[in-house]
Design a protein around this ligand. Structure first.
Ligand code: SF4
Length: 549
């Protein structure tokens, strides 16, 4: 059966992938992902009712539900999990959990104060009622749910915009939960938003949910920042090594710091090194990871260069989240996935009793040659909240003296398309009195080519992963406070966000929620975002593309 997916920037012909994803996602996986999302909507119906009914509830059950939903949504982000059997097992788990919640629902339905808007009778939506008896049923069902079920383009647009931002927010929420950090109101919001996109048919009623998604994504970013800094310490500026050593190595990509933590412990004193790749570079600036002598440096660039870079790395590669792309023969036998990442045929390291056993990777690494050097310059990273707030007064002085004229946030995700050359060209031709604030893998377009400073402040400040765009929002809010500015648009900060996957969509909505105008979101605007929705998500919101055909 045909698929339809248009959630990322590289969607087929700029319209939608219909036979095979440009990313390599098959129709089977795409349809099963649609079914998973549909199932989560049904789960959210019960969760919303039970945990908002006013009756006492079991917090552990609520968090378990929240983690099931956020982990599952995370798994459907572009380039995260291509394995249909894993997507199917997420759906089966959600359906089993739905049974458990249904029992709680039957107890709570007698509650004296039903959830506003649902009424005491609580008509149960189809997403929460459908049943199956075999895998074949699940496949059949997967052909009947999906994006195109919503016929009206603007209604579809508003629903999918919320869905994709929820996926991004779920990734951040799940990472924080893995480290034991929660804001339970985020789960309440996700339950409610999923219910509304499942059942609401009026665009006007969904538009406020778009803005709320941005608001709750800000909370999700804050919780993750708290989790990362509480567990691994405050990032501080560091020169990132890019020249590999002479010992064999393991390359870790993705975003999950907990996985890297476990691997660092298990691989210590084993005669091998561990390298970060992509957004895992954040670990290079965190005190916890810096204490390991065998954290050797960063190898490689953005996700789309992985085929060439994984090949020349020579050792095992561990993928902890997005991005994985279909691997070729030359390195597939030394690829491993863990957490939400998955690819058919690639061994997946499961968690058992709160830990993961990476001994297979470690043993394999010892038998393989060391990484071949890449032609890469060293670069600076680790400019998170702590650094930015420590230089805030100096920055204000430099701005007042006209020595810094502008900040430009050029964070987000990178991609394969040639039009993304824009970001490199732009960064390299910015006036010397402009400072670039970056995070995510978009930085690899320019970070190794700019090393000058303005009175000691580097002209490229990299905060780490895409979630660390949060540091720039904190910085903007603090600057505004110090300068007694009420409207963030009066600050000398521009936003030129590169997007590829759904985490960037969540960040976009947070900027819209904060009232930021004139956001550039490129290289091309999301196909799922109609002009009607852009114009109506917030008064005079102005989101434009950087790429003109
Ligand atoms: Fe196409 Fe992107 Fe969806 Fe992959 S994630 S199927 S490339 S729209």
């Amino acid at each position: 059966m045909n698929m339809f997916c248009y959630q990322c920037q590289e969607t087929g012909n700029g319209k939608g992938c219909t036979a095979l994803g440009m990313c390599g996602k098959t129709d089977e996986t795409a349809n099963l992902q649609d079914l998973l999302i549909y199932t989560l909507k049904g789960l959210a119906f019960y969760a919303r009712f039970i945990f908002s009914s006013g009756k006492p509830f079991n917090l552990e059950l609520k968090r378990k539900t929240g983690v099931i939903i956020t982990e599952s949504l995370f798994a459907t982000i572009t380039n995260t999990n291509f394995d249909p059997s894993r997507i199917l097992s997420y759906t089966e788990r959600a359906l089993r959990h739905r049974e458990a919640l249904h029992k709680e629902y039957l107890k709570a339905v007698d509650a004296p104060s039903p959830v506003p808007g649902t009424g005491a009778a609580n008509v149960i939506p189809e997403s929460a009622r459908w049943v199956y008896s075999s895998k074949k049923d699940l496949y059949q069902k997967s052909y009947t749910v999906g994006v195109l079920e919503t016929r009206d383009p603007d209604l579809r647009s508003v629903k999918e915009t919320i869905t994709y931002a929820l996926k991004g927010m779920s990734a951040y929420t799940y990472h924080a939960a893995v480290l034991g950090f929660y804001d339970d109101s985020i789960f309440d919001f996700i339950f409610d938003a999923l219910f509304k996109i499942d059942t609401e048919t009026q665009i006007e009623k969904l538009l406020p949910v778009v803005i709320k998604t941005g608001e709750y994504n800000l909370k999700a970013l804050e919780v993750l920042d708290k989790a990362n800094t509480a567990v691994y310490g405050m990032p501080s500026p560091v020169k990132v090594r890019t020249k590999p050593g002479t010992r064999p190595g393991i390359l870790v990509t993705g975003h999950d710091l907990k996985d890297l933590e476990m691997l660092m412990h298990q691989s210590e004193n084993q005669g091998i090194d561990v390298y970060t790749n992509g957004e895992m570079v954040l670990a290079q600036s965190l005190p916890f990871f810096r204490k390991f002598k065998h954290l050797a440096g960063n190898y490689g660039n953005a996700w789309w260069q992985q085929a060439e870079e994984f090949r020349s790395f020579n050792g095992p590669v561990l993928v902890t989240s997005n991005c994985i792309i279909p691997p070729d023969e030359s390195y597939v036998k030394r690829m491993f996935t863990t957490s939400v990442a998955g690819f058919p045929g690639i061994p997946h390291i499961e968690e058992k009793n709160g830990t993961k056993d990476f001994s297979t990777l470690i043993s394999l690494a010892k038998t393989l040659p060391p990484p071949a050097p890449l032609k890469d310059n060293e670069f600076m990273s680790g400019f998170g909240n702590k650094y930015l707030l420590s230089v805030k007064d100096k920055v204000i002085e430099l701005v007042k003296d006209g020595k810094i004229k502008k900040f430009i946030v050029m964070g987000g995700c990178d991609g394969r398309e040639t039009k993304r050359k824009y970001y490199k060209d732009k960064a390299l031709t910015l006036p010397k009195d402009t400072v670039i604030l970056t995070a995510g893998c978009a930085k690899y377009r320019f970070i190794k080519d700019i090393s000058d400073t303005i009175e000691g402040i580097p002209r490229v400040l990299d905060a780490g992963q895409c979630s660390d765009n949060y540091s720039f929002l904190v910085f903007a809010l603090e600057l505004a406070k110090s300068l007694d500015i009420k409207d963030l648009n009066e600050l000398p900060i521009e936003y030129d966000i590169a997007w590829y996957d759904q985490k960037a969509v969540a960040v976009l909505l947070t900027l819209v929620y904060l009232g930021i105008k004139k956001i550039k979101f490129g290289p091309t605007l999301p196909e799922f975002l109609t002009q009607y929705i852009i114009k109506n998500i917030k008064d005079k919101s102005d989101i434009s593309t950087v790429y003109k055909e």
